[in-house]
Design a protein. Structure first.
Length: 194
């Protein structure tokens, strides 16, 4: 069972900053493109990359803070997450501090589950959803290469449909730096540049 929640908000949507939600199937290269985009705008204080709190094993490819399930539950109960969800037997959360960044006009970028898109759209004034994807055989090869036990069955992960309603889609095959530049344009402008 999946559990999703948004921190209680006033009736006014949180803004004026932008929340960029990066979604996509396992193995699509979301973290690769996010990390490359981060390095391309490292000196831009108007862009913040949210650090997820997760209950699964930390990975060198991801900028996550690993916590024990009981600690996650305490943070959740205390209202310390702007968004949180459960998927694949693990809990994930984005810190409440991202709301402060958005309120002062910054753009916050977060790798999230597609399950939080609608709750985010109901809480934030400017939400942009970027779907990162790749062909099934590419996804399977990438999942196998990272050999992360928490990924579970490769066939199940590749076969899972990502029914997001994105504003933009990046097919992440070929040059990851070019795709990271595309992602950065969407982060900066809320749309790809011509």
């Amino acid at each position: 069972m999946t559990d999703i929640a948004v921190a209680e908000q006033a009736t006014k949507l949180i803004g004026p900053g932008r929340l960029v939600l990066v979604v996509g199937p396992s193995g699509a290269g979301k973290d690769t493109l996010i990390n490359a985009a981060r390095s391309l705008c490292v000196d831009d204080p108007a862009i913040v990359f949210a650090r997820r709190v997760v209950t699964r094993e930390a990975s060198a490819a991801e900028d996550n803070l690993q916590v024990a399930p009981d600690q996650f539950s305490r943070l959740e109960a205390a209202g310390d997450f702007a968004l949180h969800w459960r998927a694949h037997g693990h809990a994930y959360g984005l810190p409440l501090s991202l709301d402060d960044d958005i309120r002062v006009g910054r753009t916050v970028v977060a790798n999230v589950s597609r399950m939080v898109i609608e709750p985010a759209r109901s809480a934030y004034a400017d939400v942009v959803v970027v779907l990162i994807t790749a062909p099934a055989e590419v996804l399977a090869a990438r999942i196998a290469a990272r050999a992360r036990a928490s990924d579970g069955s490769i066939a199940d992960r590749v076969g899972r449909s990502v029914d997001a309603t994105p504003n933009f889609t990046i097919s992440n095959v070929g040059d990851p730096i070019a795709h990271a530049r595309d992602l950065l344009e969407m982060i900066r402008h809320g749309r790809p540049q011509p």
